[in-house]
Each structure stands twice: as structure tokens, then as C-alpha cells.
Design a protein around this ligand. Structure first.
Ligand code: NAP
Length: 336
């Protein structure tokens, strides 16, 4: 391990639903990587730190530019697994040259962090990771897209269980989004377009063949996938599976459905469909994405430490590596 990563990774929100899975995934990938679990409730964060080993707890005050941390505190990265409306956590990372992950932004609210970057572009690597399932859905889609030499359209859908709502912060984020915007951004026939009623997608067929009503989402995946593939039409939707339709004795699960249309490498034109079924709640698979991003930013996998800049996950992580990792963690990938 390099001298940089001997300093702990500060995980803000590390004791939350996503946070504890992120910490545990990092611990599994890097048994010696020091972690600092940041939150308001020090008892809860401390109990997790004890369970993890090589970890401490840090009481966080987001209203303060120093986050309430001691002046001599030193970290290797700042991972913000909550919506930091002050952006003090980003400012803290930039002023110390530390890689920073923003996990809770939607497309329409990226402006403030972009402004922070524009005013200090050389200070630190900043990664937008508000993507579905912590960027792993976009990376998986790009892996599947290698079967095509021209991508005409991408339809990515996430199917969540009715009970799979995450912790209070995640629920608060959904409420904020509902209040802030009534539309969603998509790429339509070569143009960026805020959806109208006419753009509503028909029902999504889940991996078990059930049809579920869909609604569009303004997530970073739309930006990443359209820009990376050049596809003129890209959309991301979500469907909720009612509790009543869960098979008896089965726990919550979620899945993503990826439909790609275009010219295949053999010259034929058609649609390919992939399904990824997780068999767990979405907070856990999202945490895999956060953990893979941390190890990449620090240079613990996939290349040297990432340099200062504004980043999307598909510019840093290898799609094949991500698909292999999520399969190893338990995701089932099927070409339908
Ligand atoms: N990009 C993705 O794929 C993805 C997927 C799922 C969720 N998310 C986002 O991830 C975030 C976390 O979701 P979650 O389900 O883990 O929520 P959660 O269980 O409520 O966790 C929130 C964490 O943040 C801490 N926290 C909350 N407010 C704080 C504050 N003002 N100062 C310091 N710490 C604070 C909480 O601890 P204390 O209460 O002790 O402070 C807890 O550790 C949400 O913003 C959600 O929207 C993103």
C-alpha cells in the first residue's frame, strides 16, 4: 500500500445503509486500508468502526468548513454518501488535494459542484457518482455495448422492490427530487430533451417476465451513456415491484434491464437485452460502486492514482473489470 493510502478514507455517512456496505466492501477488497466513519452519531459510527477493524469514527459538522475535524486530521480521500447541501465536504477535499466522491446528486442539481470545480480545477479529482447503483449500471451497459459497432438507442431500467427504500437520507433525496422537478432529461433522436407526457415509456418487462409501469429518471447515467457511446437516443427509467408480487419466503431484490439497439459487430441490426439480478437491496449494490470508485481513485486498482479533474465513472473504471467484480459479489448477469 502506498504512503498516501496509509491515511484513512473518510466516509461521510459511513454509518448509513449505503455507508456501512461501502465500508465493508472496501474492507473485503483491502483488508489493511484505514477507514474513518464520519457521521453525527458517534456511537453508531464507533460501533461500525470497531466491527470493521483498521477504522475510527469521526464526528462531523457539515456546517463548518473544517467539518468539525481536528486540525491535524489527515485523510487519503473524502467519500460523501449523503446530500451535503453546504458542499463543505468538497471544499475540504479540494483544499487538501484529496479525491472526492459525490454520491447523491441528480442531473438537475450538479451546478454547485461544477462551480466548485471551475473555481479550483487543479485542486483535486472530483467524481460525480450519483449514477444508478453507484455507476455500476453504466459500466455494465458499456460492457454489453461492446457487442455493437454502432449504438442507436439505449434503454436502461432499474426495477426496485417496493420496500427497498434505503435509509432516511435516501428517502429525503427522493422527496427533494419529487418537489424540484416534474420532468426528466433524456437524449432523443440526437437532442437533449426534457420529457413530456408523450415520452413516457410503456411497461418494463422484468427478468421474470412481469410487466411493470415505468417512470423516467434524471440520473447521470443518461449523460454518461449518451456521451460515451454517441447513441442518439438514451433514457433511464425505474419501475417498482409491488410487495404483493414477491414470491413467498423471498427477500427483497432488484435488477437492471439493459436494451441496446444498433448495428452488431457482425453487421446485422437488432436489439440485445441483458438482465442483472442482485438478490439483495439496492443500497448494497450501490455501495459496491462506491467501493470500486474509491480503490480506483486511490490507484489501488486499474491504474495510478487519478489526477485532479472532474470525472465520471466510465472515464476511470474498466467496464469488464466492474462486471467481473459485481458477479463475484453475487450479481447474476444474463443475456436474455
Ligand atoms: N448513487 C447511488 O447509486 C445511490 C444509491 C443509493 C443511495 N444513494 C444516496 O446515498 C445517500 C445515503 O443513503 P442511505 O440509504 O445510506 O441513507 P442513511 O441510511 O440515512 O445514511 C445517511 C448517513 O449520513 C449520516 N448523516 C446524515 N446527515 C448528516 C449530517 N448532516 N452530517 C453528518 N452525517 C450525516 C448518517 O449518520 P448520522 O445520522 O449519525 O449523522 C448516516 O451515516 C443518500 O443521499 C442517497 O440518496 C445514492
Amino acid at each position: 500500500m502506498s504512503h498516501v493510502t496509509k491515511k484513512p478514507v473518510l466516509i461521510l455517512g459511513g454509518s448509513g445503509v449505503v455507508g456501512r456496505h461501502t465500508a465493508k466492501t472496501l474492507r473485503r477488497l483491502h483488508p489493511d486500508l484505514p477507514l474513518a466513519i464520519g457521521a453525527r452519531d458517534l456511537d453508531r459510527a464507533g460501533a461500525l468502526a470497531k466491527e470493521l477493524g483498521h477504522a475510527t469514527a469521526a464526528k462531523i459538522d457539515l456546517d463548518r468548513p473544517d467539518l468539525g475535524l481536528p486540525a491535524d486530521a489527515a485523510f487519503s480521500a473524502v467519500v460523501t454518501l449523503l446530500k451535503d447541501e453546504t458542499l463543505n465536504s468538497a471544499k475540504y477535499a479540494q483544499s487538501r488535494g484529496l479525491p472526492y466522491i459525490a454520491f447523491s446528486d441528480w442531473i438537475f442539481e450538479m451546478g454547485p459542484l461544477v462551480a466548485r470545480y471551475v473555481h479550483a480545477p487543479a485542486s483535486a479529482p472530483i467524481l460525480f457518482l450519483g449514477h444508478i447503483l453507484g455507476g455500476t449500471s453504466t459500466l455494465s451497459t458499456l460492457h454489453f455495448a461492446k457487442e455493437l459497432r454502432r449504438v442507436d438507442s439505449i434503454e436502461l431500467a432499474v426495477v426496485l422492490d417496493e420496500d427497498d427504500v434505503g435509509g432516511p437520507s435516501a428517502q429525503g433525496d427522493f422527496e427533494r427530487v419529487e418537489k424540484a422537478v416534474s420532468s426528466y432529461l433524456l437524449r432523443k433522436e440526437g437532442k437533449w430533451h426534457w420529457a413530456t407526457e408523450a415520452d413516457a415509456r410503456g411497461p418494463i418487462k422484468d427478468a421474470a417476465g412481469a410487466e411493470l409501469a415505468a417512470r423516467g429518471l434524471s440520473v447521470f447515467d443518461t449523460l454518461s451513456l449518451a456521451t460515451a457511446t454517441g447513441a442518439p437516443s438514451v433514457r433511464v427509467d425505474m419501475a417498482i415491484r409491488p410487495k404483493a408480487s414477491r414470491a413467498p419466503g423471498k427477500g427483497i431484490s432488484h435488477e437492471i434491464i439493459v436494451e441496446l439497439h444498433g448495428e452488431k459487430n457482425d453487421g446485422t441490426v437488432g436489439t440485445i437485452r441483458h438482465e442483472i439480478v442482485y438478490g439483495i437491496g439496492h443500497s448494497e449494490s450501490s455501495a459496491w460502486g462506491a467501493a470500486l470508485a474509491v480503490e480506483r481513485l486511490l490507484g489501488l486498482a486499474g491504474g495510478p492514482p487519478v489526477e485532479a479533474g472532474l470525472h465520471f465513472p466510465e472515464r476511470l473504471l474498466d467496464p469488464a473489470y466492474v462486471v467481473e467484480r459485481i458477479k463475484e459479489f453475487g450479481a447474476r448477469v444474463k443475456r436474455a
